[in-house]
Design a protein around this ligand. Structure first.
Ligand SMILES: [Zn+2]
Ligand SMILES: [Zn+2]
Length: 259
């Protein structure tokens, strides 16, 4: 299918000037063409080719797209310019805006993808400021686990946690101060062993929420031991202390160890 467009004389002369390298003349002719014939898409596309400033180029492509939203040349051109605009180095006195918060001025850039980011979005890493996208991307490379690892982690940790909290409650629950001390000292050790068992069970693959899953299992396993002594009929809050110690320090231990 061929669409024959009437190209107006001004635009034709402008495009010819551009083709032979007479950029200044082309600029003059094509700007005039866009003023006189604002719906002439060839004038806008031609002008985009001869203006220096990226913002001006962007403007020309946008105008062309306003006339013909499906125009491929304008679409490609605009995409290219916008890519350039996000990655370019700032000129003196130019203000940058966070790419996630276009209203927020910033002077920071992600040192990996070079996009401007505001102080709230930027994260300080050992190698400099990074944007959340780049951090996420790197984390995804770091996390090698699969979804079934979560199932494995739960299956391994829940019975161990349940057994351990039952044992702690039984052994240390009636020892008074020393019982609490043993629970306090023993919990990080025992839950550390649970964390290692999980790590071994998932073949040392890392997952974003592995620690959360195991911490969740410790909490769920410990809850009955905390809640049952609080039933009005039994009411013995002292018996809830040892399982509470186990749940609290156990959950924090596995969260720290399974990163
Ligand atoms: Zn980045
Ligand atoms: Zn931001």
């Amino acid at each position: 299918m061929s669409i024959i467009r009437m190209i107006n004389d001004l635009t034709r002369r402008g495009l010819t000037a551009a083709r032979v390298g007479e950029t200044k003349q082309a600029h003059r002719l094509l700007s005039e063409a866009t003023r006189k014939h604002p719906d002439d898409i060839d004038a806008w596309l031609g002008l985009a080719g001869v203006v220096d400033d990226l913002k001006e180029k962007e403007w020309c492509f946008k105008e062309a797209l306003a006339i013909a939203p499906d125009n491929q040349e304008a679409q490609t051109g605009l995409a290219l310019i916008q890519e350039k605009l996000t990655h370019r180095q700032p000129k003196d006195g130019e203000t940058l805006y966070c790419y996630r918060h276009p209203e927020r001025e910033t002077s920071l850039r992600c040192n990996r993808c070079n996009k401007p980011i505001c102080a709230k979005c930027a994260k300080q890493t050992p190698v400099g400021f990074r944007c959340p996208e780049c951090i996420r991307e790197q984390e995804d490379k770091y996390y090698t686990g699969t979804n079934s690892d979560y199932l494995v982690a739960g299956t391994v940790s829940f019975p161990l946690a349940f057994f351990a909290v039952a044992l702690f409650t039984q052994l240390f629950g009636s020892f008074g101060f020393f019982g609490l001390l043993f629970a306090f000292l023993g919990t990080p050790f025992v839950t550390g062993v649970i964390a290692e068992a999980v790590r071994w069970a998932v073949s040392k693959r890392r997952s974003r929420y592995l620690g959360h899953v195991v911490a969740g299992c410790i909490i769920v396993a410990g809850l009955p031991f905390i809640l049952i002594p609080l039933i009005p009929l039994i009411f013995n809050p002292f018996a809830a202390i040892v399982p509470s110690i186990f749940v609290f320090f156990g959950a924090t231990t596995v969260l720290a160890r399974l990163r």
